[in-house]
Write a protein that binds this ligand. Structure first.
Ligand code: AP5
Ligand code: MG
Length: 210
């Protein structure tokens, strides 16, 4: 199965991807995580991507597509994958089709901008594996330590309130048109992203089975 998770920054794409991937036994592929890994390793792509990411802008397609293609060509993706954060523009969606990736469903996780700002201020991410937590709604068992891999939790650089505003603008201008795009193809399922993580996960899984 091949799925796309759509939604504003902080809508819970990464959080829901973790739940769905455990359930469907397919990996989640987050272009944001792939890019952050490249930045951390200071690869050529990472060095180029850093300033775009820090300011909340989209990274040029050439870089994002190279990382995505390499990732989905790996063995664990052969039975499907969940795309988290890709596509982000209609042009990227068209490229995905040109690559021959036939998507089964697109889940749009809807959360109003006001709620997003609150979520972002409490987000902590694992610097080793990229897992995402929240100091109130999804705390780790041990403060500052990733439940999954024991890595150290950090605050994402682009989670500062000003940058979150810019990321939301980018979302509304460049990514939101994808909702209509996938609605037309009949693949779109809209899920209310408010409520606790478990409630949203139940809705997401129910939408997939419907
Ligand atoms: P990316 O990493 O994809 O960031 P994003 O889309 O802005 O999304 P986030 O990761 O911020 O949010 P999320 O929806 O995953 O929410 P999460 O589950 O963490 O991209 C980063 C950057 O990389 C971009 O700005 C761009 O520069 C670049 N990039 C990436 N892909 C690209 C592409 N395709 N093209 C070009 N550039 C690209 O949840 C957020 C917080 O809320 C967490 O703390 C979580 O614990 C909490 N939370 C989750 N669900 C709930 C709930 N139900 N109730 C309460 N709290 C909750
Ligand atoms: Mg994410």
């Amino acid at each position: 199965m091949k799925l796309i998770l759509l939604g504003a920054p902080g809508a819970g794409k990464g959080t829901q991807a973790e739940v769905i991937c455990d359930h469907l036994h397919i990996p989640s592929v987050s272009t944001g995580n792939l890019l952050r890994e490249a930045v951390k390793k200071q690869t050529e792509y990472g060095v180029k991507a850093k300033s775009f990411m820090d300011s909340g802008k989209l990274v040029p397609d050439e870089i994002v597509l190279a990382l995505l293609k390499e990732r989905i060509a790996q063995d664990d993706c052969k039975n499907g994958f969940i795309l988290d954060g890709f596509p982000r523009t209609v042009a990227q969606a068209q490229t995905l089709e040109e690559m021959g990736v036939a998507v089964d469903a697109v889940i749009d996780i809807e959360v109003p901008d006001e709620a997003i700002t609150q979520r972002m201020s409490g987000r902590r991410v694992c610097e080793a594996c990229g897992a995402s937590y929240h100091i109130v709604s999804k705390p780790t068992k041990v403060e500052g330590v990733c439940d999954r891999c024991g890595g150290k939790l950090v605050i994402r650089k682009d989670d500062q309130p000003e940058t979150v505003k810019d990321r939301l603008n980018v979302y509304h201008n460049q990514t939101e048109p994808l909702i209509e795009y996938y609605q037309k193809s009949g693949k779109l399922k809209v899920v209310d992203g408010q409520g606790d993580v478990g409630e949203v996960a139940a809705r997401t899984l129910a939408a997939l089975e419907a």
